[in-house]
Design a protein around this ligand. Sequence first.
Ligand code: URA
Length: 238
Amino acid sequence: MRLDKLLGKAGYGSRNQVKKLIRSQQVRVDGELAQAGNLNVDSNLQVITVSGQSLSYSPDVYYLLNKPEGVVSAVTDRKHQTVIDLIAPADRREGLYPVGRLDRDTEGLILITNNGPLGFRLLHPKHHVSKTYYAEVNGLLAPDAPAFFGNGIAFHDGTVCKPAKLEIISSSPVFSCAHITISEGKFHQIKKMFLAYGVKVTYLRRISFAQFQLGELPPGSYRQLTHEEKELLKVYLG
Ligand code: URA
């Protein structure tokens, strides 16, 4: 959110009054004098002070949700329950949205926030944010499979994936499971990569996204990011 907008919402007066506060060097962000009202700030992640007093107003929220199967990664949907429907009314904020997408039949970690620029930045290819999934498939993952995934799989339409890390957990001709880590987010990427290898994904759960871990959070539940986890987001907001 823009600094001037945040100060206005936090009760520091009209646009003009806020402008004057900034011009008169009374506003600091993480100790640095704020130079302009259009600075993009986040009071959850940065210490903002006005005349030495820190701002307690925090409009941005960050939730880590375990999306259950059958729920869509969207803000609204005419047919299906959405991840936003799973947020309790007291925790809702204007502008809440999921960062990225999981297929409707995929379970697992998804971040929900109302911080507009965050999603765009976290998903920007330059950050190579890694995502790890637990996958079950209907066939054999042979000892050559990690090299196949690690070499960068090419789909029939010519799309080439970046190298992915496959760690086989167990394998048999009719059922195998593995952890797979990718650093990009092509549509149905994991399912298509396994199909390229010759097996079909029968169950998929995202267990980590960037530095965030799903842990033991049950499907359908969510929690706020901890202070330490919010600190990690600073890298993407800078
Ligand atoms: N890859 C998939 O195929 N599906 C998902 O939901 C996420 C990654």
